[in-house]
Design a protein around this ligand. Structure first.
Ligand code: CTP
Length: 404
């Protein structure tokens, strides 16, 4: 059986559709097999016969056209190793972002679960409109790779942003997605995420503002790169990525038990959880009442330090207790001296890599879909500029690979 990778190229109705013809060739020169799916409007710009001749395959056009495969969008979505849509109109981007499936291309995208690359092309006013920008941000946050359009002459005669990116860049993005896909195959990645909750009584607890978004993005990224993933998560309101093992915990102690168990056969451990540093010594199993003798217990809560889970797995590794000698990375949530504090944590916890972020900024970090981080290793540090957490996750794993 051939191990040639298959790329599905979606062509939508814009002037730049003619450039997709050249993209077919470029993808083929990169050793990829290409099949094409077109929207009805795209056929107004380029005839399917051109794509049929170049790709050597029938061009998929209609939901009900293939009598051999009655559910065409499902069979089409199951095949490709990567799906690239170039050019992508504002309309198709909006439909994909909202899950609208009203033709063969959009139903196929909705059913498809692999890496997706979108190269938008449109008039500048449409591109910069808040609706398009929000749709693009939403897709990017879900892990879709957007190949940004260029500045230049547009079909409408304007000069500005919105011209389809250079097809070499689109091809590069597809190749990058395909190689990124499999580099964690056979590896067990363990991720901790979210806050912990340390109970005071039956209704109250101590916790923090962690949303869990960074940890979930990391788990999703590891899964999409082929890893077996265990996500140990504190209480968050997020939908878990599909196809991974989820361990729900609430306290730091429970998170520690789950982490030590999962760590035994881990290849990579990512401690992204915001573990509460302290927990109440006494926990009441009923609600403490403020107008009673309980008031003193509410006014003065004695705390005891929680175990440091990251330091603990690093110590287990140093003692040779973890089978696969995993790469271990931690996070550092800082409000000042971000780099200095990250370096301090790298050394004190014996981790391989610390990802530090400035939580005093309200545009990134806790609760936000964006982050800007400094990655500190024993060799130095590197800043990754503000980007969606899914993109930050890609960057983190790209660097982690070198440590395996
Ligand atoms: N961490 C942990 N267990 C703890 C505290 C922190 O595993 N009890 C991990 C976090 O998951 C993170 C790293 O240690 O990967 C740093 O967490 P952070 O909250 O930034 O720092 P602390 O170690 O708690 O130190 P401080 O609060 O003094 O900054």
């Amino acid at each position: 059986m051939s191990d040639q990778k298959l790329v599905l190229l979606g062509v939508t109705g814009g002037i730049a559709a003619y450039k997709a013809v050249e993209l077919v060739r470029l993808l083929q020169y990169s050793g990829l097999e290409v099949k094409v799916v077109m929207t009805e409007h795209a056929t107004e710009f380029v005839g399917p016969a051109t794509f049929r001749a170049l790709s050597g395959h029938e061009v998929a056009l209609d939901l009900f056209e293939d009598p051999g495969k009655p559910i065409h969008h499902i069979s089409l979505s199951a095949e490709p190793d990567c799906f690239v849509i170039a050019p992508a109109t504002a309309n198709v981007i909006a439909k994909i972002a909202q899950g609208v499936a009203d033709d063969l291309l959009t139903t196929t995208v909705l059913a498809y679960k692999g890496p997706l690359v979108i190269a938008p092309a449109m008039n500048e006013a449409m591109l910069t409109d808040v609706a398009t920008q929000e749709n693009l941000a939403l897709l990017q946050a879900r892990g879709v790779r957007i190949v940004d359009p260029e500045n230049g002459y547009l079909a409408c005669g304007d000069v500005g942003a919105g011209r389809l990116a250079d097809i070499a860049l689109i091809c590069e993005a597809v190749v990058a997605e395909l190689s990124r896909c499999k580099d964690l195959e056979g590896k067990h990645v363990v991720v901790t995420a979210g806050p912990t909750q340390e109970p005071i009584d039956a209704v109250r607890f101590i916790s923090n503002h962690s949303s869990g978004k960074m940890g979930y993005a990391l788990a999703r990224e590891a899964k999409s790169r082929g890893a077996e993933v265990t996500l140990i998560t504190g209480p968050v309101g997020l939908r878990a990525p599909e196809g991974i093992t989820i361990v729900d915990v609430s306290t730091a102690v429970d998170m520690g038990v789950a982490l030590e168990q999962a760590a035994t056969d881990a290849d990579i451990i990512v401690c992204a959880a915001a573990v509460s540093d302290f927990r109440p010594v006494e926990v009441s199993d009923r609600k403490l009442k403020k107008d009673s003798a309980d008031v003193q217990a509410l006014e003065t809560i004695h705390l005891v330090e929680n175990p440091d889970l990251l330091a603990r797995v690093c110590a287990l590794r140093a003692a040779g207790s973890l089978k696969r000698d995993p790469v271990i990375i931690g996070f550092a949530a800082e409000t000042d001296a971000v780099v200095a504090n990250a370096r301090k944590k790298l050394a004190s916890k014996s981790a391989d890599l610390i990802v530090a972020n400035d939580i005093s900024r309200d545009d990134i970090g806790f609760g936000s879909d964006y982050n800007e981080v400094v990655i500190a290793t024993h060799d130095g540090e590197e800043t990754i500029g503000a980007a969606p957490k899914q993109i930050i996750s890609q960057e983190i794993f790209d660097r982690l690979i070198d440590h395996l």
